[in-house]
Design a protein. Structure first.
Length: 633
């Protein structure tokens, strides 16, 4: 029988475990019981702790002091470093299998040992422990988001957070009418119930046919003086926008801004459960996405657009404080920036009208991927349609227009691109045929500049104008890329040149000798995910440009499991969150001339976020390992 630990040892063990997730969220009595059943083991530096050759693992270890190195014998995952509080080999214990990695003591190391029987008991008894064990990265990210909200959001504690589900706003019973109901009767019902909309349905179990709102009353009934005995179906708005009840308030806010609607139908398991209006959504918010979009669309000069653009940053900071996840937050920033760009082009048109041809202003890079953060410059281009005899004159007029637009955007807060990747550059204002020739040349040339251009331009997205021109170009590109496997292989080799800076004896290594103790989050943390997602999407003809969307859509094509793809997406979004938080931080005491919006001091991270970043960088290496295997690099 093992000796029963003394109360002092139990207390010491509890104190040690409480410093780390998930033990910091476990019930104290259960944690004390666990502490009494752990055994402390010592491994000398260089000792093998677990290896695939040993067969099915017989227990779980928690690092108490020192560092453990995990190495894949096939050299496809890279090195994993485990430090205090981390458990291993968690996946093997849960699956009752042999470990994939060989774990070695990188230093003299002490570990708490948990038997399989105790592990199963704790899994059954502690939901926080079970959730962490099965969704480790997601669990850590949830903790980090809560910490972010607590840090940034004290002043917003009384507001309804935009991370809440739509169903949290449903207070009234749904009011619905049949399509044959006379308009006069519907108006009386709206006045009686004091509501701004009714849903038009055939019956309670069918999908809604439409919605009738106060705007419809004005535009389709009062102004045209229509006969109010006509059925409401004659004046309703057909095919109303809907979202599931679990969707966030932010998703509804973004949809209202994008589609210029004031009502969203709420469904649960396919059944209509209610309606959320813009007033409902922003009743407790100081800033409305709807009103913000209006201020952008109504900006009549550059000065007004500058003020409207500043509101985007203010709202982004508020959403960051409220715990909105980075994926939604970067899409919000991009959506509002799209509106600013659209208005800037309207103002530019007044100064220098473009020719009367089909053309489209394209967003590239992070804007094309809908992944803009709070610090972003311009990456844009123009595609146009013109006959061979008119390409020169058409391009000249579009370049003059683009020069005005690029400088307006600079005044508004989007700095001119230092690499001159802007629509005013004759290289990037091209006809449909010229864009195809340019892309085709890059695919055949396979030189460093072509690879760099592909990483920017292949993330193209239509922002303003004739979107079909961009859609056709993307469709052509999807077919052309798969005929050039050597180009894709070179893209993969180029992507693998940037490796996440994870250390063996330390959590991180210095990737840049000129900036010790820092990490450029854009280059060394976000780029591995972005590059891999782009290459997989191009190889498998996935048209999406957003990194998360690319990974989701390509996953079944490359046999990537749900847990794996979710870990990659969660990891990428955490990096984006760190970038947003870092860009939120500058104050008057910061030297803005030297400040880098993506270079983070690692010492500024708390223990939890440092641990998550290390896990995220390991996920980035795993994703790169897939590229390495697929292209035999």
């Amino acid at each position: 029988m093992p000796a029963i630990p003394s109360p002092t040892i139990v207390n010491t063990t509890v104190d040690e475990l409480c410093k780390h997730a998930p033990f910091d969220q476990m019930d104290v009595p259960l944690l004390r019981a666990l502490a009494g059943r752990l055994r402390l083991r010592y491994f000398a530096k260089g000792a093998t702790i677990f290896s695939p050759a040993e067969g099915v693992v017989n227990g779980l270890l928690i690092v108490q002091r020192g560092a453990v190195s995990g190495i894949d014998g096939a050299d496809t995952v890279g090195e994993l470093t485990l430090t205090e509080g981390e458990m291993f080999p968690l996946g093997a214990v849960i699956s009752r299998r042999t470990t994939v990695l060989t774990f070695t003591a990188a230093t003299d190391v002490f570990c708490y040992e948990m038997s399989l029987a105790v592990f199963q008991e704790v899994m059954d008894a502690s939901p926080p422990f079970r959730q962490f064990a099965t969704r480790r990265l997601a669990h850590l990210l949830d903790q980090s988001r809560r910490n972010t909200q607590a840090h940034f959001g004290a002043a917003l504690a009384e507001t309804q957070t935009l991370a809440s589900p739509l169903k949290s706003l449903l207070r009234r019973t749904l009011v619905a009418v049949a399509p044959s109901t006379p308009i006069a009767e519907v108006l009386g019902l709206m006045r009686q119930k004091r509501i701004g909309s009714v849903v038009v349905v055939v019956d309670q179990d069918s999908a809604p046919l439409g919605i009738f709102t106060e705007r419809d009353v004005l535009d389709r009934v009062a102004v045209p003086r229509i006969d109010q005995l006509l059925p409401v179906s004659a004046v309703m708005t057909s095919s109303p926008f809907s979202l599931p009840a679990h969707a966030s308030l932010f998703e509804a806010a973004r949809a209202m801004a994008e589609q210029r609607v004031r009502h969203v139908l709420v469904t649960e398991e396919g059944r209509l459960t209610g309606v959320v209006s813009e007033h409902d959504l922003f009743a407790r918010q100081q800033l409305s996405l709807g009103s913000m979009a209006k201020s952008i669309y109504r900006a009549d000069d550059v000065a007004a657009l500058v003020l409207a653009s500043a509101d985007v940053r203010h709202m982004a900071n508020a959403l960051l404080a409220q715990g909105v996840d980075a994926g939604h937050l970067t899409q919000f920033v991009t959506t509002m920036n799209d509106a600013v760009v659209g208005r800037a082009l309207v103002l530019a048109r007044r100064q220098c009208p473009p020719p009367d041809v089909a053309w489209c202003w394209m967003g590239l890079g992070s804007e094309g991927r809908m992944e803009q953060t709070l610090a972003t410059d311009q990456d844009n281009a123009i595609i146009f349609s013109a006959g061979a005899d008119h390409i020169g004159t058409t391009k000249a007029r579009l370049l003059a227009f683009a020069a005005v637009a690029n400088h307006i955007l600079d005044e508004v807060g989007f700095p001119l691109c230092r690499g001159d990747i802007m629509a005013k550059n004759p290289q990037w204002c091209l006809s449909e045929v010229e864009w195809r020739d340019t892309f085709g040349h890059w695919l055949r040339a396979i030189n460093p500049q072509a690879l760099l251009n592909a990483a920017i331009f292949f993330d193209l997205r239509a922002l303003h104008g004739e979107a079909s021109l961009v859609d056709n170009l993307k469709s052509w590109l999807a077919g052309a890329v798969v005929t050039q496997p050597i180009f894709l292989r070179q893209m993969a080799a180029n992507a693998l040149q940037v490796t996440p800076p994870i250390g063996v004896l330390r959590d991180f290594v210095d990737a840049d000798a000129d900036h010790p103790g820092t990490i450029d989050l854009k280059i060394y943390a976000a780029r591995p995910f972005v590059d891999a997602a782009r290459i997989f999407a191009l190889a498998h003809q996935v048209y999406a440009t957003n990194t998360a969307d690319r990974l989701r859509q390509v996953a079944p094509k490359i046999h990537m499991g749900d847990d794996e793809v979710n870990a990659y997406i969660d990891g990428f979004h955490f990096v984006q969150l760190l970038r947003l938080r870092h860009q939120h931080a500058p104050t008057g005491s910061v030297d803005h001339a030297a400040w880098n919006p993506n270079r983070l001091q690692l010492d500024s991270l708390n223990g939890l976020d440092r641990r998550i970043l290390k896990e995220v960088l390991h996920q980035a290496r795993k994703l790169q390992a897939r590229l390495e295997m697929d292209y035999r690099l």
